[in-house]
Ligand binder design. Structure first.
Ligand code: CU
Length: 226
């Protein structure tokens, strides 16, 4: 009899464990596409980017479509658990061919970003942005410096030596974001069920947003036209 009880208990326990586990991880996916109009691509190609808070605005070449990240989608809203752990591997904002790669780097607040210099020349990375002000000083090829981004917001990154170098670090309050790929597609998996604002960020700022509902085990499809 006791043996029979044990036989029954094991499957029941397993069932409860699986059920609880499934409830905890129940989430949905946000998937979509961004349709960039020719005009949108054109205006992103060149833009006025004042480097200093009180400096003159000047025309700077921007990364165009096809060579780097041109847009990031992210969500804001309330989450059942709002403590998120930062990634184990530190994201990289590379310096190559006198360009920052990627052009837009989204990170969760609290993340430390590496800035390796993979050029033969010196670079001097700095930012005067409200979300993070820093100046890494000049450093040579094959060396790297790090910056921790604690505060959410947009950090505009420049090089003191090369006026044409500029990029963005988008510091976000949660890990639910996606880089839009070259086909304009994006996907944010494992989003807790709920109602959120889905926003799209390009080199011109946060351009558009939509209210979305994420349901358990469902895919929410979204389309943006810029
Ligand atoms: Cu430089």
């Amino acid at each position: 009899m006791r043996f029979l009880n044990e036989m029954i208990q094991i499957p029941v326990c397993t069932f409860i464990f699986i059920w609880v586990y499934a409830v905890n991880v129940s989430a949905g996916e946000i998937k979509g596409v961004v349709l960039f109009s020719p005009q949108s691509v054109k205006t992103q190609a060149r833009q006025t980017m004042p480097r200093y808070p009180h400096g003159k605005s000047r025309e700077l070449p921007m990364h165009g479509i096809g060579n780097t990240t041109q847009a990031v989608v992210y969500i804001t809203g309330k989450f059942p658990d709002s403590t998120f752990s930062t990634p184990d591997t530190q994201p990289i904002m590379d310096q190559r061919d006198e360009q920052f790669i990627p052009y837009i780097l989204p990170v969760l607040a609290g993340t430390t970003v590496n800035f390796p210099n993979n050029d033969r020349v010196y670079h001097n990375i700095f930012s005067f942005s409200k979300a993070k002000t820093f100046d890494l000083g000049k450093y040579p090829t094959k060396t790297s410096k790090k910056v921790k981004f604690d505060q959410t917001g947009v950090v505009k990154v420049y090089c003191e030596i090369h006026a044409h170098m500029n990029a963005f670090i988008l510091v976000l309050p949660n890990p639910y974001y996606s880089v839009v790929n070259q086909d304009g597609k994006f996907s944010i998996p494992d989003v807790p069920a709920g109602t959120y604002q889905l926003k799209i960020f390009t080199g011109r700022g946060t351009e558009s947003e939509k209210k979305i509902i994420v349901n358990d085990n469902r895919t929410t499809l979204v389309e943006f036209s810029l």
